[in-house]
Design a protein around this ligand. Structure first.
Ligand SMILES: Cc1cc2nc3c(=O)[nH]c(=O)nc-3n(C[C@H](O)[C@H](O)[C@H](O)COP(=O)(O)OP(=O)(O)OC[C@H]3O[C@@H](n4cnc5c(N)ncnc54)[C@H](O)[C@@H]3O)c2cc1C
Length: 303
């Protein structure tokens, strides 16, 4: 094994007992299955360990990148020099806090959160069933589908700032808009979120979730690695329709391509690099613009 870098040595010394992996391939942690090694990837078990990591990062003057389930990230081929904090298996737990409210920890998947609410006979998270990310990533992104969006049901968010301090932000302070929250401007880590839901029969809720899941399976290339919709919905149209109208279904750059099944999805057809995907997204955006005069922007977060 090659010699450890200063950051690797420092983190290992300052964070004894913490799960740290050196040169961990990002491709193992992204749904695109793309990305070179992270210099250090940390796997905190709970918020106390997370706070410790943040304090040590501040001490070392290094800004950690935050990873949820990696379902909306394109990680670079040559990897990430620095610290990546993986939160997927950190901060688990769900509770009903009163008749209409549930608190969900950030590491829980959106699908599990939706099932939890359904079993309680609480409606509002049906749209989230089938979104493969975590609640933390969903709040950061203001994830949405089939007419539902996190901001419609989210009442407050518990956030840890980059110094390890906790605060609770009401919905209005989250500045939610389409695939956006305040966390894009003011770095912070979602610890948990409270959702306001409405009582409804569990059977009806589950029937709706099943219907949405069937729609997803019928229309999306779920058998291929991707990060979901590659482009945001532009004003005045739908990215998938514009891509289709530009004749780009099946268009390929290296191992990356526009799905034949759903023109809104960029997929890894086998061995795609981040450069292939970036190139694909750029060319698709340009050709859609030439064809329609509408500029489409990536939804996937390009690291
Ligand atoms: C097959 C497929 C279908 C999809 N369908 C949909 C869909 O219908 N609707 C939709 O909106 N999205 C969809 N997505 C995209 C993705 O699942 C969502 O954007 C999801 O919210 C990302 O969550 P994540 O945990 O994977 O976050 P990641 O991809 O790991 O991260 C996304 C961003 O959130 C930040 N982040 C993650 N966790 C936290 C946290 N705890 N605190 C602060 N910041 C955090 C990261 O730093 C990053 O900037 C789909 C993806 C796939 C692969």
């Amino acid at each position: 094994m090659s010699e450890m870098t200063d950051l690797q040595k420092n983190l290992r010394d300052l964070l004894p007992g913490m799960e740290l992996r050196m040169e961990e391939p990002m491709s193992r942690h992204t749904s695109f299955r793309i990305g070179g090694p992270a210099e250090v990837m940390a796997f905190p078990k709970d918020r106390e360990e997370l706070a410790k990591i943040l304090k040590v990062s501040a001490l070392l003057d290094t800004k950690p990148a935050i990873l949820g389930a990696g379902t909306n990230i394109l990680a670079p081929d040559d990897g990430i020099r620095g610290l990546v904090v993986c939160l997927k298996d950190c901060m688990d737990g769900m509770e009903r806090t009163d008749e209409n409210h549930v608190r969900i920890m950030a590491g829980v998947t959106m699908t599990r959160a939706a099932m939890f609410a359904a079993n309680l006979g609480l409606s509002g998270l049906e749209f989230a069933h089938g979104i493969p990310g975590t609640v933390g990533g969903g709040v950061y992104m203001n994830a949405g589908a089939y007419g539902g969006e996190i901001c419609q049901v989210c009442e407050s968010v518990e956030i840890m700032d980059m110094a390890g301090n906790l605060r609770t932000c009401g919905k209005e302070k989250m500045k939610f808009s389409y695939r956006h929250s305040i966390l894009e401007e003011e770095p912070g880590i979602v610890i948990s979120a409270v959702f306001r839901l409405e009582p409804k029969s569990a059977e009806e809720i589950k029937a709706r979730m099943k219907e949405l899941q069937e729609k997803r399976s019928a229309s999306q290339p779920l058998n291929l690695p991707s990060a979901g919709s590659a482009f945001k919905r532009p004003v005045g149209g739908y990215a998938a329709a514009l891509i289709d109208q530009a004749g780009l279904k099946g268009f390929r750059v290296g191992g990356a391509g526009i799905s034949e099944k759903h023109a809104g999805f960029a997929v890894n057809l086998g061995g795609a690099t981040a450069a292939d995907v970036r190139n694909l997204l750029r060319q698709v955006s340009d050709r859609v613009y030439e064809n329609s005069g509408i500029r489409i922007e990536p939804e996937v977060r390009i690291w």
